[in-house]
Design a protein around this ligand. Sequence first.
Ligand code: SF4
Length: 369
Amino acid sequence: MKIKPEFNRKSRQAFAADFFIRLAEWYRSKARVLPWRTEIHPYRTWISEVMLQQTQVVTVLPYFQRWMSAFPSVEQLAQSEVRRVEQLWAGLGYYSRARNIHRSAQEIVKFGRWPQNVTEWRALPGIGPYTAGAIASIALNQPEPIVDGNVARVFSRISNIPQHQANQPETWNMAKSYVEQAYLEGIEPRIANQALMELGATVCMPKQALCQDCPVKDYCQGQNRWRELPEPKKRPETVSVEEARFVIQKENTVFLVQNGVQEWRAGLWDFPKAPDVEIALEEFKGYKPLIPPWIQKSVVTRHKISTHVLQIDLGEKKIPVKVGENQLTVFGTGYLGKFFTTTDLPAIASPTRKIITRIMNQEPSLLGI
Ligand code: SF4
């Protein structure tokens, strides 16, 4: 029977050399060709890594290409309006990431040079240990650790330790030891780290481990029980949220209000809430609801949201509002807001986008036909 070496045995030098060489060779020959890999630069690594957080590569690809066409340099990004940045981000979720990228770009331009290491990257808004480690190791080729879900899973299976999770110090220590050891063996940090991530993404996958194709199967302690590794994280309980919203339509525009900083989905634009449906409908008498209220269901992180949608089509009538050229207060809702064309929307929450998409997809019942 073949005895497999462990990560932390004293014979690690011999083990490490072969382990790292196999993994690096596999990466060089099998890794997916991706636009942020073919042309390496801190800007491209940074943007791709933020986009890839909780989003699949196949989804990110068109976003990345559009972003690089719109903002080919950090200077152009810094000079752009945040609204334009949010528009290019629309659909990736978590708009705060886009706003942080924009703020960071302005700081980088003001500073006059790119951050040179993990510490400098982490000083920028929204850059945590993962993103900083990714940029330092991939773009700057420095032996810095990175741990995402893929890396944690591979570590757990290779070492046969169920508790490896992406947010645990032990996993980060292992990642540090891994990249430093690889560096000593002559493997570039950008290759070592990306090889591990690629292995987790394409071979040692969450619900399928292709052990026969794995370049390091001879070193894997947990391949016979990979389905149990790592042990699943305890999920927080889901919270059910019921809300009612007005969709005030006029030709090809919808009326949206911006959430305050203290509110849920802060800074995003949303349909006005209907604080009291009866009273609010009273304000719209003569503007009969298009159709009976309907429900849109959405899930946002651990929130299960049921939105009762009250559609009102203004047609040729004027909205019952107070004051303002572009800013209107809708009677009954108490909100300031604006009309937006559906092709030029600001940053909106995903439940709001779903409602607009359903209506614009011309579902006859939702158009009141
Ligand atoms: S041998 Fe199987 S379980 Fe082990 S790292 Fe490779 S793919 Fe994962």
